[in-house]
Design a binder for this molecule. Structure first.
Ligand SMILES: Nc1ncnc2c1ncn2[C@@H]1O[C@H](COP(=O)(O)OP(=O)(O)OP(=O)(O)O)[C@@H](O)[C@H]1O
Ligand SMILES: [Mg+2]
Ligand SMILES: [Zn+2]
Length: 510
């Protein structure tokens, strides 16, 4: 008998639908798995044999061949255990051979037949739905994630026996559903707030602009000026996520196996702050068993690199292309994978080794050579990717003493949300969410300047000695400032503020 059961695998952050074909014939007992299985899939033989027996079913002592189609895609991981078991039970007529056809099966099995959670349930569920499959059976830990896919009936299960009883009609599994209104209504509670930050109005304003347009920021300032403190409060003012954005982010975390048991969708923007000892593969993704790196886990959220010059230079260099393209491409032997990484980079650093170069209150003890060396760790091309360069001055004593309460995060966030909404409406026909994603070809259309504004920009270039690379950055940031001001056109004061955010260009990297 030959049985066919639908199954699915992962390629990058997308699922693909495949089939498990099982042929059982008379002959010397054997159990082979073909169709580019990796080591984990080959080991499925032992898990499946034990799980089937220990769940109270017969494991056929015959010649069995399991073929994983399509044969040209490498099958990775243990998620094929369940479909292989079901295919064997169908081919040996312990369940009706046609019954599994309407389902997609997914899950790792323990030797006792318990189901174990797998990675990538969400992208696989999306692929199943797009393939016209209506029902999916998978481990209960992954059920909420998969159930966010509209048009797919999701049945969570704990073990193989339950699934067989469901298929034979002895005892039905209960489908699981997700209340979308509730997920999006629950506001994230933060235990920090922008109102904790005294003074530093210009820094807070710059981060509001960055949050509104999704711009990359580098903060430079002496120790204790509040760079880390302020960056950690950024998530509290980031714009709300749309359903599509939440799906994109959840897919990446799902593939990385980071979705916790009762989570369905990630609805709050992610803030990742890796330590400076991080490896290239952990930052941008890859490795022997490829998985998304920090830069992709921070997709549509924030990647915070505190103390930027402490990171190894080559780690910073591998980030350049992904930051520009918004995707990471990883080459493999039979295919190449891509992970999205449309991330807001927030970095902080001291201006020199001792930290006080340019400080009006303390003297810098570094030599000119030492300063050059310190700053030289950040290459010009990486600086290219920074939209907002911010100099953070020490906190003023009078600000720290002041009793007036600074603005709350929720008030800043409402302005950010409004500005982001304007951008989403403007770019609704393209795949752009925010001004930071504008390409040079978009400038003429979306960042048009009047005569006065052109004159201002020209003067700034000549007087301040700005480089060509600063040009588009200034225009994009000015666009965001105009959006915060609910202004259709970019006016001189918008442009002037954006020009201010190029302070480092002039100093060090020209
Ligand atoms: N504007 C501020 N309002 C209130 N407290 C502040 C402010 N700035 C700094 N502080 C206090 O100073 C502490 C140190 O600030 P923080 O660690 O953010 O400085 P930093 O700029 O990151 O310094 P370093 O360069 O050494 O990393 C904060 O935890 C906070 O308690
Ligand atoms: Mg710090
Ligand atoms: Zn110094």
């Amino acid at each position: 008998m030959i049985s066919k059961v639908k199954s699915c695998g992962l390629m990058g952050v997308d699922g693909f639908v495949g089939e498990v074909e099982t042929d059982i014939s008379n002959g010397l007992p054997a159990f082979d798995i073909v169709g580019l299985p990796d080591a984990a899939v080959r080991e499925a033989r032992e898990r499946v044999r034990a799980a089937v027996k220990n769940s109270g079913f017969n494991f056929p002592v015959k010649r069995m061949t399991v073929n994983l189609a399509p044969a040209h895609i490498k099958k990775e991981g243990a998620c094929f255990d369940l479909p292989i078991s079901i295919a064997i039970l169908a081919a040996s007529e312990q369940i009706d051979i046609d019954c599994p056809a309407q389902y997609m099966f997914l899950g790792e099995l323990s030797l006792t037949g318990e189901l174990r959670p797998i990675k990538g349930a969400l992208p696989i569920a999306i692929a199943a739905r797009d393939h016209g499959i209506e029902k999916m059976i998978l481990p209960k830990e992954n059920a909420y994630e998969a159930a966010t896919v509209k048009g797919l009936q999701v049945y969570p299960a704990s073990n193989l026996q339950e699934i067989v009883f469901h298929l034979t009609g002895q005892k039905q599994l209960a489908p699981c559903s997700v209340a979308f209104d509730e997920i999006f209504a629950s506001e994230n509670q933060y235990d920090v707030d922008f109102c904790d930050v005294k003074g530093q109005e210009n820094v807070k304003r710059a981060l509001e602009v960055a949050a509104a347009g999704g711009h990359n920021v580098l903060m430079t300032g002496p120790p204790g000026s509040g760079k880390t403190m302020i960056a950690k409060r950024l998530p509290t003012i980031l714009p709300d996520m749309s359903f599509e954005e939440a799906l994109e982010v959840t897919k990446i975390h799902s593939v990385a196996g980071l979705i916790s048991k009762n989570t369905s969708l990630i609805t709050n923007r992610v803030f990742r702050s890796p330590h400076h000892t991080i490896s290239n593969a952990s930052l941008v993704g890859g490795g022997r068993m490829p998985k998304p790196g920090e830069i992709s886990l921070a997709h549509l959220g924030v990647l915070f690199l505190d103390e930027l010059p402490e990171f190894k230079k080559d780690v910073l260099e591998v980030m350049r292309q992904p930051l520009e393209d918004g995707v990471v491409t990883i080459s493999r032997i039979n295919a190449s994978l891509t992970y999205p990484c449309n991330t807001m980079l927030i970095a902080s650093m001291n201006p020199c080794k001792c930290g006080f170069y340019g400080d009006s209150t303390r003297e810098c003890t570094c030599s000119a050579v030492q300063i050059q060396k310190y700053l030289g760790k950040i290459s010009g091309p990486l600086m290219d990717r920074i939209d907002i360069q911010l100099q953070v001055a020490p906190v003023k004593y009078k600000d720290l003493e002041s009793t007036s309460r600074p603005e709350h995060s929720r008030d800043i966030k409402s302005r950010v949300n409004q500005a982001r909404k304007i951008q989403l409406e403007r770019y609704q026909k393209s795949k752009i969410y925010a001004n930071s994603q504008l390409q040079p070809s978009h400038m003429q259309k979306y960042c048009k300047l009047g005569t006065q504004e052109k004159e201002l920009l020209k003067n700034a270039f000549e007087k301040l000695g700005l480089s060509a690379r600063a040009h588009n950055r200034i225009l994009k940031v000015a666009r965001t400032i105009a959006d915060l001001d609910v202004s259709d056109s970019i006016r001189t004061h918008h442009l002037a503020e954006a020009i201010q955010y190029r302070s480092l260009d002039r100093k060090f990297w020209n």
